[in-house]
Design a protein around this ligand. Structure first.
Ligand code: OVM
Length: 411
């Protein structure tokens, strides 16, 4: 590990760019991570691009500029890591992802294999499984009446269906959830949240690696599809294992959060649940609105690979840029009355799945999971009421709930 006066949080310290406001804030403060709206609006208010001395990084949060930076893979690369650590200058916590943390042309090849495995046709074949598990879980929570929707629905659904979709022979739902926490917290600074998440890395990382081996996967399933791309000579067997690891990295915490945040939205805005019951055809646009309003992945970084500019501001090579997707998704210049949850908004262009060549490759699967679970609740549940205080969970990369007490009132 390189640690010199020129380094800070795993990347090179940069000079404040001319023309960029300087903001003395800690975006990874636990209070901000749990309740980020004021941070988002101040970030947008200050300017197109802001310098944050605490971590010597730039940050963007206005919709247009965030979209531009996030899509510009030539100037703002992913291969040097999408968190604060610059993989060119400091050792990554794990072997880098060959899709998330890669640029063209390497990325192009792996992306193609993953996109095929996660195609709409592939997701369609999983629908029956999703619906069957959804029915069991919804019947159970109805029988209980009052639940904590985070463990009992938001976590349980993905950890039940996802390992089966991938075809995993080894399933440890605790390890899967904790690995997701590790992956997303790793993008932040070396703070207490990251260190706590990393405590179990010594057991979980090897367990994950082993679970991705070909002989630990069923012949049916998304994992086997990736290994068939190796048989066809598109990728190596080692690369196939790494892409299966990407399923496990990106597929659990994200969908857990999407489901939890969706249930939070409907418990907070009961008129929108009524509207959805009256017109179940709004389910898909409703999910997009949940994603826009709550941005499960709140921040991903990029690294400037050369001297360049953002909105006319000079940006020196090696600068880390926080792309605050959560702020872009609440920009009033893009979304009228942005804090309102309106399932009829149809928020085309929201950035919860990113944008450009790295845009979420699993988004069809994510929508399929939510469609099955929320669709089942629509059939069976009359009302979703708060039964206590919802509590957010600080995470350097994810905006998720820790607890969501709900009363589930059946039809
Ligand atoms: C990966 C990966 C990890 C986390 C997130 C993600 C949102 C991908 O390991 O490829 O996409």
């Amino acid at each position: 590990m390189i640690a010199t006066a020129e380094m800070i949080e795993g990347h090179r310290r940069i000079a404040p760019p001319h023309g960029a406001p300087v903001w003395d804030v800690d975006p990874y403060d636990e209070a901000i991570l749990c309740s980020p709206q004021d941070y988002y609006s101040e970030l947008r208010r200050l300017g197109e691009v802001v310098y944050i001395p605490k971590y010597s990084v730039l940050a963007v949060g206005r919709y247009q500029v965030t979209h531009t930076v996030f899509s510009d893979y030539e100037h703002f690369v992913s291969s040097r890591g999408v968190g604060l650590d610059d993989f060119k200058l400091s050792r990554p916590w794990r072997q880098p992802s060959i899709i998330l943390e890669a640029d063209p042309p390497d990325h192009t090849k792996t992306r193609k294999v993953m996109a095929r495995a996660l195609s709409p046709k592939s997701v369609k074949m999983l629908e029956a499984l999703f619906v069957q598990v959804a029915e069991t879980l919804v019947d159970e929570v109805i029988a209980r009446g009052t639940i904590d929707a985070i463990p009992e629905l938001a976590e349980r659904f993905p950890v039940t269906v996802f390992p089966r979709a991938v075809g995993m022979k080894d399933v440890d739902t605790r390890y899967l959830v904790d690995y997701g926490a590790m992956v997303f917290n790793a993008g932040g600074p070396d703070n207490a949240i990251r260190r706590r998440a990393m405590q179990s890395a010594g057991v979980i990382v090897p367990w994950i690696t082993a679970a991705c081996a070909r002989n630990r996967l069923e012949a049916q399933g998304l994992g086997a599809m990736i290994y068939r791309a190796a048989d066809a000579g598109e990728i190596t067997v080692e690369e196939a294992a790494m892409l299966v690891r990407s399923f496990l990295s990106a597929g659990v915490d994200t969908t857990v959060t999407g489901i939890g945040n969706a249930l939070w939205c409907f418990s907070q805005f009961p008129d929108q649940w009524e509207k959805l019951k009256a017109d179940p055809g709004l389910l898909r646009p409703a999910f997009e609105e949940v994603l826009r309003l709550t941005s499960p992945v709140h921040t991903f970084a990029r690294t400037a690979n050369c001297d360049t500019t953002i909105a006319g501001v000079p940006v020196e090579a090696d600068s880390k840029i926080l792309c605050v997707l959560g702020a872009a998704n609440l920009d009033p210049d893009k979304w009228p009355d942005p804090e309102r949850f309106d399932i009829e908004r149809r928020p085309v262009g929201h950035m919860a799945f990113g944008a450009g060549i790295h845009g979420c490759v699993g988004q069809n699967l994510a929508r399929g999971e939510l469609q099955a679970l929320l669709g089942m609740m629509l059939k069976k549940v009359d009302r979703i009421e708060p039964a206590g205080q919802a509590v957010w969970r600080p995470n350097n990369g994810i905006h998720a709930l820790n607890a969501l007490p709900l009363r589930i009132i059946p039809k």
